[in-house]
Design a protein around this ligand. Sequence first.
Ligand code: LLP
Length: 420
Amino acid sequence: MTPTSYFPHKNNEMFVEDIALSQIASQIQTPFYCYSSAAIEASFQEYQNAFDNQDALVCYAVKANSNQAVLTTLAQMGSGADVVSMGEIRRAIAAGIPANKIVYSGVAKTQEEIEYALSLGIFQFNVESEPELELISQVASAVNSTAAIAFRINPDVCAQTHAKISTGKAENKFGIPISKAQIAYARAAELPGIKVQGVDVHIGSQLTSLAPFAEAYGRIAELVKTLKADGHDINVIDVGGGLGITYQDEVIPSKQAYADMVKEQLGELGCKIVLEPGRSLLGNAGILVSSVVFIKTGEERQFLMLDAGMNDLIRPSMYEAYHQIIAVNQNNRELKPYDVVGPVCETGDTFAKARQVHQSNSGDLIAIMSSGAYGAVMSSSYNTRMLTPEVMVKGNEFAIIRNRPSYEELIKQDIKPNWL
Ligand code: LLP
């Protein structure tokens, strides 16, 4: 799937599935996120097809986009959920994802969160440290329950991705070192309230090659053999998420190639495979739609000043991420280099420098592509800008799936202390 697969231009105008984007923008003020339901369904189906000859469960990584409409779309196709907080568990359950398809990752789960997850009977806790194991055991024993666990193993593999989204190196805070795994599993086996069932690994996000995955899974396969020999009943391998998407011109291995590699590395172990994809399901299923406020001519460059800013989509500022920037109506205009910036009072509020965009005027619609994952969920109301609304398209229909809040709602969240 490319950034524009579900957002094609027809007669110089960008569509989302079968609706002209300009039609949506006439009914909802920019900036807003816009998702294609067909794109979400197609990427989920690609995973299902790729893994249809393996015992596999796709647990969508809710953090990538946690809107109820997105979660419900995936729930109805049979997806489980990978969650990292009580809030995400609540969202997944509210969208109809059954607790027995929920895996719970995260390095600092609190007692309250563990109690809640346990009360629902989730499929698996992905335990990231020895103290977490002890706490889960205490909580489970206190309520006469049993927590099914996997340790998240840090395989010390370089994911070859951006440093801020690389998680599988020894220096990262995630998981327990593979060298300490045997001791950790031995401890888990003797603790009350704990049932050892699996091994979990996630080495990073936006991986564009299968090699780091294969290296990590190879190490996991060796570990699983060792653990089985030690007498542990390992029947689940959670392979994490991380398969990348095309933002610019990256060539990403297909989901089938990924599935074949998983089978090659782990197939002989006879374990159920859990997958935690986020970006590869949602990334190219969404865009951020914005309007040009001004064209400003600086000394050396022209600025395309948008009504969307870093508070709406932080990825370019935070990870130097590349997103294609496309004029919604192209009208055979020429391409021109622009610095594409937002309204927030920071130099970092820049989406792209010297980017070729069709010559634009104030009021024109601009689409920032590949924004379906880690877009809306990472947005904020910095600069007291309203949280970005979201729209979902299906065929020739669209629905607002999150409203823009009002200023009153935002301001009344604050409470003046009584001495003021
Ligand atoms: N599982 C675990 C334990 C994770 O930490 C993550 C992502 C995933 C699965 C899903 O990974 P994905 O399939 O989406 O690559 N905000 C960053 C990405 C952070 C990823 C965090 N963990 C960005 O915008 O690039």
